[in-house]
Design a protein around this ligand. Structure first.
Ligand code: PMV
Length: 321
């Protein structure tokens, strides 16, 4: 029996522009996790993936080629050199909201890959996990930048530029975020393709917005490294204004970000694809409770207060082979 977990994630700054080659910074969120547990099944039972939260039971032998969990399971088995499907039953659970910008798809796939490797008596290095999960992320995202699979597989705050090795780094001071769910599910593939349509017709305007976002991401890294929360908060607000200007904000996001700021947050923005999903607000220990109350009053479905940059993990449960 083997089990493994993977965290949710937030994009701190740089979403969407990251698809067009600009840098972004993302961090894992360990308050919400996906978990995979594998147990040997009766001989001849086959390789079964049970994902109750998604309402899915997949027999790997029959699963279609466009089923993300089946794709990633096959890739992991192939990487391990396992040619014949073993008789394993895999249970997947996740408390990460689906299509909420918290990386639920990447986390499920990551937990699955790690558990398959663990059941085979091996540990999967983050770069391998990330590579395998990227292949399955294509089904959730269309043409993903790769930031979700990377931050979830590394389990650390990362500096990310598409096509380059990620740079994990540790913020110079603890950072406290309020993550608030608008309750509106917004599939990433839709917002990413809407931005692409607009970019195709107004390329110059969008390129200069992405440049401005890229510049503020560099400034955000400096602020994170120096532990300068006030500057980082202002950069969250600036990033949100650019994201609104490319049409990926919405009324619910605007309501939550402005409620957070009014209640004392240093800055607030959408996180992930936008169009709904989650917002993040930079808070301090002294303002966290008031911001949480204000977010709930403004319609947030759930608010998580989480430190960023403190916790790292290899995602393997203790006591495993
Ligand atoms: O999966 P989400 O909702 O966190 O969005 C991913 C971030 C985007 O920049 C919008 C898309 C991408 O592939 O990087």
């Amino acid at each position: 029996m083997a089990s493994a977990t993977a965290p949710g994630k937030v994009i701190l700054v740089g979403e969407h522009a990251v698809v067009y080659g600009r840098p972004a910074i993302a961090a894992p969120v360990w308050q919400v996790v996906a978990k995979a547990t594998i147990a040997p099944a009766a001989p001849g039972a086959g390789f079964t993936i049970v994902a109750r939260d998604l309402g899915q039971v997949l027999q790997l032998a029959d699963a279609s080629e466009d089923e993300p969990l089946a794709v990633v399971a096959r890739l992991a088995l192939a990487r391990l050199g396992i040619a014949h499907l073993p008789d394993w039953r895999i249970e997947l659970h996740s408390d990460i909201p689906i299509a909420g910008g918290l990386g639920s798809g990447a986390a499920l796939s990551t937990a699955l890959v790690r558990a398959i490797f663990a059941q085979a008596g091996q540990t999967a290095p983050p770069a391998i996990v990330s590579e395998l999960v990227y292949a399955s992320e294509r089904f959730y995202h269309g043409a993903p930048s790769g930031i979700d699979n990377t931050v979830v597989a590394y389990g650390q705050t990362i500096w990310f530029v598409k096509g380059q090795p990620p740079e994990p780094f540790t913020p110079g001071a603890p950072l406290l975020l309020a993550i608030a769910d608008t309750g509106i599910r917004s599939p990433t593939v839709l917002t990413v393709s809407a931005v692409r349509e607009a970019w195709l017709t107004q390329r110059q305007r969008y390129e200069s917005i992405f440049d401005a976002i890229g510049d503020l991401v560099h400034a955000a890294r400096r602020a994170l490294v120096y532990g300068d929360a006030v500057t980082l908060g202002a950069l969250f607000n600036e990033n949100q204004a650019w994201l609104a200007s490319i049409g990926v904000s919405c009324d619910a996001i605007e309501a939550l970000t402005s409620a957070a700021r009014k209640a004392g947050a240093l800055g607030a923005k959408l996180s992930g694809a936008g169009g709904g999903g989650n917002i993040i607000a930079l808070v301090e220990p002294t303002t966290a409770a008031a911001v949480q109350t204000a977010l709930l009053a403004a319609g947030a479905q759930r608010v998580i207060i989480t430190p960023i940059g403190a916790h790292t993990s290899d995602g393997l449960d203790a006591g495993q082979p």
